[in-house]
Design a protein around this ligand. Structure first.
Ligand SMILES: Nc1ncnc2c1ncn2[C@@H]1O[C@H](COP(=O)(O)OP(=O)(O)OP(=O)(O)O)[C@@H](O)[C@H]1O
Length: 364
């Protein structure tokens, strides 16, 4: 049974500002689902509605088969971890972690057992008698997580828990969260982030929110390899997927597209005769482009305008054509000065996406 079920959920602020609509989503027990999307798309709003901190304007939210739209936050069996740790500054780590259980009038033995267990999972045992001010940012975030673990919730909600940490600590804490999830395989977690690496590495499934709704739900690799639409194609991955306009010239199990730039793309995405001649965008990830000797069948050719050498990869920005975004290629390793060089590129057919009216041919 799904742990969490959202049916046709909507959110309107002040009776007129519609932020989310038609949200249908099921989250299974033990999943770690990550919400991503552009700023202001409603990620936090959706999380807060699940927590009960925000009224649901339409549709239903079920937790373990029970509609909880009107159930107060404390009775939903949910714990939320915020980006600001919201620890009580005058209480020790142990007291911070015990607080909710004391309020719930649990016995001292129960509280001690829960705190000891959470402290062990989070490696906080050496710090139990310290005040929050004597902890690092990462340790404070672990205490905040510990406060939710002791309550043994059905669902954990994380709202950008790592965004206040510096880069190195973010990586370390991200790995800790992945290990924490592994140590609690039955716990269901929902996680909001801006960070693609967090989404790709932590999620069992990613929910991409855009235009008030869900643009796609899938495993990280499904979203990367088979984006359903141009929005997801360009949102997941960095630099973003190139979109090259063209017309379909061959249909069947493979689709051939003659590109406006002169090249030809062959994709494993299937098409029908009705697609013949249709205007489409061909999607190609910068990292899938392979340099070709001139003269072969190329998908793209252009003059390199600018390069960035990152050591492990070199990013090529091609000269813009007709004011469109520059085409970008990412080549492994270090290259000599490629600026102004005329380069031909190809891409393997299984890596080529074709979008008609913004929607992938793979999803028909
Ligand atoms: N109390 C409110 N009244 C009116 N509009 C609101 C309210 N709270 C949020 N909004 C609007 O709802 C939209 C979604 O906000 P939300 O914070 O959920 O987005 P988000 O995806 O989490 O954004 P970010 O990534 O920037 O944190 C925004 O356009 C925001 O301005």
């Amino acid at each position: 049974m799904a742990e969490l079920k959202l049916r046709d959920v909507a959110k309107t602020y002040g009776g007129s500002v519609e932020v989310l609509k038609n949200i249908d989503l099921e989250i299974g027990k033990g999943e770690l689902v990550v919400f991503v999307g552009p700023s202001g798309c409603g990620k936090s709003t959706l999380l807060r509605m699940i927590a009960g901190l925000e009224q649901i304007s339409g549709g239903t939210l079920e937790i373990e088969g029970q509609v909880v739209n009107d159930v107060p936050p404390a009775q939903r069996g949910i714990a939320m971890v915020f980006q600001s740790y919201a620890l009580y500054p005058h209480m020790t780590v142990r007291d911070n972690m015990s607080f909710a259980l004391k309020l719930a009038k649990k016995s001292k033995e129960e509280i001690d057992a829960a705190v000891t267990k959470a402290a062990r999972i989070l490696q906080l045992e050496p710090y139990l008698d310290r005040l929050p001010k004597a902890l690092s940012g990462g340790q404070r975030q672990r205490v905040a997580i510990g406060r939710s673990i002791v309550r043994d919730p059905k669902v954990y909600l994380f709202d950008e828990p790592l965004s206040n940490l510096d880069a190195a600590l973010r990586v370390a804490t991200r790995i800790e969260i992945a290990q924490l999830k592994e140590s609690m395989p039955d716990s269901t977690m929902i996680y909001v982030t801006h960070d693609q690496v967090e989404a790709m590495t932590l999620a069992s499934r990613i929910v991409v929110l855009a235009n008030k709704g869900i643009a796609q739900v899938g495993t990280p690799l499904e979203l990367y390899e088979r984006p359903e639409n141009e929005f997801v194609a360009q949102f997941i991955g960095s630099p973003a997927m190139n979109l090259l306009p063209g017309k379909i010239t061959g249909t069947g199990a493979q689709t051939t597209v003659k590109l406006e730039g002169g090249g030809v793309a062959v994709s494993n995405a299937p098409s029908t005769e009705a697609d013949m001649g249709a205007a489409v965008n061909v999607g190609v990830r910068p990292e899938d482009m392979i340099e070709l000797e001139a003269g072969d069948d190329y998908l793209f050719e252009g003059k390199v305008d600018f390069t960035e050498s990152l050591g492990e990869v070199t990013i090529l920005y091609f000269q813009k054509v007709n004011g469109a975004d520059p085409v970008i290629a990412k080549l492994p390793g270090i290259h000599g000065d490629l600026r102004n060089k005329h380069v031909h590129m190809t891409v393997a057919p299984e890596k080529v996406q074709v979008f008609r009216n913004g929607k992938s041919l793979y999803y028909r």
